[in-house]
Design a protein around this ligand. Structure first.
Ligand code: C5P
Length: 240
């Protein structure tokens, strides 16, 4: 099997994205220091961003780390474009937007000429068919995921955030250069927390996932560095 373009030249370590879901910049900085060379890619989401954590984007990028800013943007095109330009200047590598055509187009155009890559969130994984219907959608969740993923590809989005279960289907219908980025990863034997649909790192890689987003199994572990090393070892040993 030829290597997927989305992960070509990328080491197993670079495929692990650790979610810094922590309540303060000090706690996040302490975790980054603890993880040291074991982790090269971090995710900053609402919790840390809204306590001033976006200042860590430049700090981490300056230290040679990659940063995934998970703010799931969705607004009028002009506002999305301005936000994307600002984040690109900070040195972020990945940014999420909701998979609405206007939003995706604005984001893709605004990131031109920068290393920032845009990831589309098709349908939030907390939604089932009846939630989608209640929100006014005609399609069921799986049809909507597929439709939006195809639209994302046509618009030039760089990757899709998807559940591990969606990954194998999306891998079949999408160009190999589109990165699949997947949360809900749980190493065998770890606590599943509030994640309902989970997959081990090995199964995720086998399903065509490119990047694994892992929070609590690393940052909540007694030894976060050892937990990260174990996941990277599992990714290295897994064959797609
Ligand atoms: O702690 P855990 O490994 O469950 O963290 C997963 C991370 O991925 C969290 O930051 C969470 O917000 C995010 N995420 C998710 N499910 C999605 C999208 C994002 O768990 N569908």
């Amino acid at each position: 099997m030829t290597e997927k373009i989305a992960t070509q030249g990328i080491t197993p370590r670079d495929r692990l994205i650790v979610a810094l879901d922590l309540p303060s910049i000090a706690a996040a900085q302490a975790m980054v220091a603890r993880l040291g060379d074991s982790v090269s890619f971090y995710k900053i989401g609402y919790q840390l961003a809204y306590t001033g954590g976006l200042s860590m984007v430049g700090e981490l990028a300056g230290a040679g780390k990659k940063v995934f800013v998970d703010l799931k943007l969705h607004d009028i095109g002009n506002t999305v474009a301005s936000g994307v330009e600002s984040l690109a200047k900070l040195g972020a590598t990945f940014l999420t937007v909701h998979a609405y055509p206007q939003t995706m187009k604005a984001a893709v155009e605004a990131r031109e000429g920068s290393p920032l890559k845009i990831l589309a969130v098709t349908v939030l994984t907390s939604y089932n068919d009846s939630d989608a219907q209640e929100a006014g959608y005609r399609l069921g969740v799986s049809d909507m995921v597929e439709m939006r993923a195809r639209q994302a590809q046509a618009i030039g989005v760089d990757g899709i955030v998807c559940s591990a279960e969606e990954a194998s289907n999306l891998r079949k219908i999408l160009d190999p250069k589109i990165a699949l980025v997947t949360p809900g990863i749980r190493p065998a034997g770890s606590d599943i927390g509030d994640q309902k649909r989970i997959m081990t790192p090995t199964r995720a890689i086998q399903s065509g996932v490119d990047y694994l987003v892992v929070g609590r199994p690393v940052i909540g572990a007694a030894d976060p560095k050892a937990a990260a090393d174990a996941i990277v070892a599992e990714v290295a040993a897994a064959r797609p």
